[in-house]
Design a protein around this ligand. Sequence first.
Ligand SMILES: [Zn+2]
Length: 269
Amino acid sequence: MHILKHVHLYDAPSAGTLHTSELIDYVGQRMGGIPVTLRGEFFGHQLSGEDDEMNEVAERLARCKVRSLEKPEVVFKPLPAEVDYERKFLRRPESKPFGILYDGVTFLRILWEWIPDEERNHDHLHIVLSNQLLGTYDANDRRYHARVAIFGMPCVISTTGVIEGPARPKAFYLLKQQFAAIGRSSDTYQLQEQFRGEFVEHNDERMTEILKGYIMQAVFYHMTGDPFCDDPNCRLYNAHWQKEMIHAQLESPYEFCRNHTNVLQQFMH
Ligand SMILES: [Zn+2]
């Protein structure tokens, strides 16, 4: 097991209801007081802001947009307007819309290149919070899926992924279809009311508590190579449904299963 020495948490550009200082306190406590630094938004922190650098990152971000949900790794040259879009929002990340799906693995590779050499080793865990939508291709059902977290070096956790990744109740999708069939697809108020609390929405007060679990998944990924746990009550449970995520992060009788509690106890003095 790799023992971590530093955790660096990069803030999400438009945090809304997310309390990042609570997150760094939390991970510091669980890891026995190791240094956890809170940094600004990733590109704002790591880039110098020079034009060449901004152009390169913008072009690479535009390239990692998912073009087809069914086809991974489509090679294409982005349109100038797409590069302009990325460049503009590199300078103003807080106003970047979050409708585009990016290839999560390629996105991680871009981030990795802008981390300074002295922090590119196993002593340092970089966790990048993002409001952008990231997906990975699933070879089983041959399509991209939005994810809450992409684990690698660095790890990225998406607040939009919390909302769009784990599936909502089946009844929600059925009703949504029925609304669309009778031409009321914009009339979502009734839907939202009926399912209130059953899934996470934008500006949800539960976001901070939920992200604690995903941050700990990143910590375990970094230390052991495995971010997940089979216990639906453990914060490391790999939830595929909103209901499972809300249960593991907010309603479970305990935070971590016995096995993962034991691992964490090694860090407490
Ligand atoms: Zn566990």
